[in-house]
Design a protein around this ligand. Sequence first.
Ligand code: ZN
Length: 344
Amino acid sequence: MKDFKAKISEHKKQFKRALARVKDEKSLQELRNLYLSRKRGHLRVLIEDMKALKPQERPMGGKMINSLKTLVQEKLESLKAEFSADEPVLSKFDLTLPGRREYRGSPHPIVLFRQEVEDIFLAMGFSIEDGPEIETDYYNFEALNFPPHHPARDDWDTLYITDDLLLRTHTSPVQIRVMEKRKPPIRIIIPGKVYRRETPDPTHLPMFCQVEGLVVDQDITFAHLKGTLEHFLKTLFYEKIKIRFRPSFFPFTEPSAEVDIECTVCEGENKECRVCKGSGWIEILGAGMVNPQVFKNVNIDPEKYSGFAFGLGIDRTAMFAYQIPDMRFFYENDLRFIRQFIQK
Ligand SMILES: [Zn+2]
């Protein structure tokens, strides 16, 4: 009887230890089988063992087996209840679904494109300059060799604030401000917003972004201008892109040129192309050698120094690069449009 009692209490101890290790339904079932299985469960074996007891000891033995059985059943039941209490919570979630992603903000497509342009010039040793968007007539026009009443002023439809203050029509005033402060060599680009009195249409906006560049040093020639712009356009678009220079006029450069690239949409193959209007060419840049009069205005000796300047519309160029038919899309803030440019 003593042995039987010891065996029962040993089972109780072992059961409690095993119970502590149960982590899921499967191990719970295994423990149940180990004790309660009708064939080889520990309780079954104990009932067999009872035959070895004396007849008067058997009722006591039976009670001990029952107390073990009750313990095992109760503990297993309550653990099972704990597991199934978790179930409804778990079933609320379909863990196989992909996670819901928070929409993350991203730079505006024009900002992204501007950064692309900046990176190309930074790699060539240019630095980035900035200046005021409200300018004086002097910096926006006069210092750049547009005297009052000069007919070239008509090409820049200007928004005046007072007789003397205006919203800058190009970023060129910053070229003057930098040359006033700094001696050559100068190698800068000036990205920024500019304003003109335009009615918005697919290719015109009253506010748009420009980037201008200026290089001033000794012995700067038109070859430097051509090489710099060719490298820039080939990096921005593609290596084999066709580029042409056409003579043009700007008051602040002499000689001046317009720079065209082959149409990125039809490559000159489509006479009906809406982007190049069938010409096969897209005007992309204005450029030229800095007019000696501009150097005189900022006290740089034009006998000693020469330089070149160029400018392009960021929005306009982004239109061609991304093949967007209407420039106004950039500023309508339609998220379906903007989200196409989100950086992954
Ligand atoms: Zn075309």
